[in-house]
Design a protein around this ligand. Structure first.
Ligand code: COA
Length: 380
């Protein structure tokens, strides 16, 4: 009899499994988050999104000159090839913005002259183009789907300002730009989350960075990941008032429903990004007079803690924040992508700089070996 094969440990959903090394980001399960060793909280208040994107990609903070150059490189790379815009025009008007984005990123690859150069320098250059163009795919795709012309580029605006301007049609005030920067910084990276891991798996085959970011967009869409910030808003809309929140939640839990904006694979003592996002939400509530949303979230948080010992994640508060900033909830996940693309690109660069194919094992649970009794080719 053959010796019994020893099996490596198996963890469903890869929970607790270390699937690679990274120097980009550390998610502390006890509610901390660092980008390249810097606590994100101070950066989220003071930095521009470009400063953080530069840090993620290059490993160090930029000096003033480097930041200005990087910011203007992104601004100047925002324009899309006409053919990509035309392709977006061919899509059905009801296409979800995440599907448009995924298709657009895939199409963009063919227009990049360095598509198949996976050197570090070329990957950084392509990352800049991707960070720039992902935001334009979102803004222009959204306008096209709504029967409008995309607005002309404003190279004087940073990515946060441009995203706001091209979606809302008005140049944001300074406080709105600062809020957009903070939101984008909070979302920029989160180590081996599902979309980043999808990007790294694709990059590890030595497929190009556009292929990797296309995979990432596909993974981000799901409601257990990035799609949760859209679904959270739909949930808050259904609840409507803080007074209804507790009963609504208990009813859903009794039905064993998954509550969007709660739970996390890594954080078990709270999501480090929640306090900042909650604060923005309170501020926006006062500024816009929409003071219902944050109390609903808080009521849900208290009830969830009591009933299930589960903490809110950033998507619960990002949802009303983006709504109060005037965005359609269907744009919540794309706005997340406009930021996370910086993290995706940094991870692709890191993966391809020191590549090993990512190819795990599976645990076979199918039928035991059995005799084949078919043979349709022989007329059986
Ligand atoms: C994020 C998420 C996918 C993590 O899943 P996970 O790591 O497999 O979840 P856990 O193993 O910690 O779940 C532990 C228990 O809590 C439950 N749980 C986790 N999140 C829950 C939620 N949002 N609503 C209701 N129950 C939840 C699980 O069903 C499980 O219950 P069980 O032990 O009775 O089966 C999950 O929490 C979820 O679906 N959240 C909602 C979607 C969301 O907000 N996603 C954005 C994440 S940033």
């Amino acid at each position: 009899m053959a010796a019994k094969e020893s099996k490596p440990a198996y963890s469903p959903g890869l929970a607790g499994v270390i699937a690679g090394e990274t120097q980009i980001c550390w998610v502390d399960p006890n509610a901390g988050l660092m980008y390249r060793g810097y606590d994100i909280h101070e950066m989220a208040e003071k930095a521009s999104f470009e400063e953080v994107a530069y840090l993620l990609l290059n490993g160090e903070l930029p000096d003033v000159e480097q930041l200005n150059k990087f910011t203007s490189e992104i601004a100047m790379a925002r324009m899309l090839p006409k053919q990509v815009l035309d392709a977006l025009r061919l899509m059905p008007k009801k296409t979800h913005p995440m599907d448009m984005l995924r298709t657009g990123v895939s199409g963009l690859g063919a227009f990049d002259p360095e598509l198949n150069d996976h050197s570090h320098a070329a990957n950084i250059r392509k990352s800049i183009r991707l960070i720039a163009k992902v935001s334009t795919l979102i803004t222009d795709g959204y306008r096209i789907a709504h029967g409008e012309q995309p607005l002309p580029e404003r190279e004087d605006l940073t990515l946060a300002g441009s995203l706001f301007y091209k979606l809302r049609g008005e140049v944001p005030q300074d406080w709105q730009i600062q809020m957009m920067d903070t939101i984008l910084i909070l979302y920029a990276d989160h180590e081996f989350n599902a979309s980043t891991f999808a990007a790294r798996v694709t990059a590890s085959t030595l497929a190009d960075i556009y292929a990797a970011v296309t995979s990432a967009c596909a993974a981000l869409k799901g409601p257990l990941h990035g799609g949760a910030n859209e679904q959270s808003m739909r949930m808050l809309d259904e609840i409507k008032t803080p007074e209804r929140a507790e009963d609504w939640l208990k009813d859903q839990l009794a039905k064993k429903a998954k509550i969007m904006g709660f739970g996390h694979r890594v954080y078990k003592k709270g999501d480090s990004r929640v306090p900042t996002m909650r604060e923005i939400g309170r501020d926006l509530g006062k500024r816009t007079g929409k003071e219902n949303w944050i109390p609903i979230c808080e009521k849900l948080e208290q009830t969830m803690e009591r009933e299930k010992h589960l903490c809110a994640n950033v998507d619960l508060y990002a949802a009303p924040v983006l709504t109060m900033l005037g965005f359609d909830p269907a744009l919540n996940t794309p706005i997340f992508a406009a930021s996370r693309v910086a993290g995706w690109c940094a991870h692709v660069v890191e993966q391809q700089d020191n590549n090993r194919l990512i190819r795990p094992l599976s645990l076979y649970t199918g039928p035991a070996p059995r005799a084949y009794a078919g043979g349709s080719k022989n007329g059986a």
